[in-house]
Design a protein around this ligand. Structure first.
Ligand SMILES: Cc1cc2nc3c(=O)[nH]c(=O)nc-3n(C[C@H](O)[C@H](O)[C@H](O)COP(=O)(O)O)c2cc1C
Length: 345
């Protein structure tokens, strides 16, 4: 925590996207210096048997994961595994590399502890991710999720081919899959959340999945902007295609009137962090009420143990963090786990 107090004001002076790369490089240098590495690694530790979970046949050391988008290309897995996550979702990855939207495309709403991004699935392509996953020494037995999407220039009618390509390429290298149809930064993508195209897409994946000797869990990641009726259609698609569950939620395209940081509020893109929390929590609650059996991963606005506990009480089996890491620093993972242990004991 002490490191973060010194580092945060410096990092926050930088452009947010540069700050992301700078922080990871700095962390990498710090871990290469033995004494600092020893101190840092110890500072992230919080292990307790009550944190362990078995979900859809996967054994999680703890239920706190890193949400998709932070390490799209699996570039930092060796560093991120030191932070104490139970799982990391890499991606969103697409079949071919793509550069994403023009910069600037990431904005901090500091007063709102929120972020607007319109990255647009910038990634090095699925083959680059596969190479990194092959080389990764998973010393901490992390569960790795593969979040998959489609290239920007692939029309929705052919989207299933892109998802299937990524699914097949990653199959032997990840523990579960998340189908991302909810990013607001790829034109038309969210139309794939509608019942008919969704069933076609999920069925394409599941046909391939179930033809294998051992299938892998598949989840669907949704936007927090669906109404209960649209969610009910999605739940029908989940049941019809027998996927394991949902990741709730991605970023929102809404701009709540309470936002204080007026400077960036007009930027297009998805809003995450504190501002998305009420929408994400509401959807999580609806989904759990509608279906007591499917797996639910809760994401959106977690920046304290209380936030994570609320999602678990609403019905999340696992939780994921992204924006909270930006504002609270990486020690947030340890404090969330400590909060969960306290609740259990
Ligand atoms: C900069 C940025 C990039 C993101 N990229 C992706 C992505 O590639 N795929 C995805 O499924 N979600 C992506 N997300 C959404 C997060 O995974 C998460 O669902 C969302 O931010 C809500 O969680 P949070 O409030 O903890 O950030 C991104 C979020 C941010 C802030």
């Amino acid at each position: 925590m002490f490191f973060w107090r010194i580092l945060k004001p410096i990092v926050f002076l930088m452009d947010p996207e540069r700050a992301h790369y700078f922080s990871m490089r700095l962390f990498s240098i710090a871990l290469s210096i033995p004494l600092i590495s020893w101190i840092l690694k110890r500072s992230f530790i919080c292990e307790h048997h009550s944190l362990e979970r078995v979900v859809d046949g996967m054994h999680f050391r703890n239920p706190v994961g890193l949400a998709a988008g932070f390490d799209k290309d699996g570039r930092w897995l060796p560093l991120l595994q030191e932070l104490g996550f139970g799982f990391i979702e890499v991606g969103t990855v697409t079949p071919r590399p793509q550069s994403g939207n023009p910069k600037p495309r990431l904005f901090r709403l500091i007063k709102d502890r929120s972020v607007i991004n319109r990255m647009g699935f910038n990634n090095e392509g699925v083959d680059a991710l596969v190479s990194r996953l092959k080389a990764f020494q998973n010393e901490k037995k992390l569960i790795i999720g593969g979040n998959i999407g489609k290239n920007k220039d692939t029309p929705n009618e052919r989207a299933a081919e892109d998802y299937l390509y990524c699914f097949r390429a990653l199959f032997d290298h990840v523990d579960y899959f998340t189908i991302n149809v909810s990013s607001p930064n790829t034109a038309g993508l969210r139309a794939l959340q509608e019942k008919e195209p969704l069933i076609r897409l999920l069925q394409t994946i599941q046909d391939d999945n179930h033809a294998r000797p051992r299938s892998k869990p598949v989840y669907l990641k949704l936007a927090p902007d669906l109404d209960p009726e649209a969610l009910s259609d999605v739940l029908e698609a989940v049941r019809a295609t027998r996927i394991q569950g949902l990741v709730l939620t991605n970023t929102t395209i809404r701009r709540p009137a309470e936002l204080k940081e007026t400077r960036w509020v007009g930027e297009s893109g998805g809003l995450s962090g504190k501002a998305v929390q009420p929408f994400s929590d509401e959807m999580l609650g609806w989904a759990r009420q509608a279906d007591p059996n499917i797996t639910l991963m809760g994401a959106g606005g977690i920046s304290s143990p209380k936030d994570a506990l609320r999602k678990i009480e609403l019905g999340a089996d696992l939780v994921q963090v992204y924006s909270g890491m930006i504002f609270e620093g990486p020690w947030i993972i340890r404090s969330i786990k400590e909060g969960l242990v306290q609740r259990e004991s």
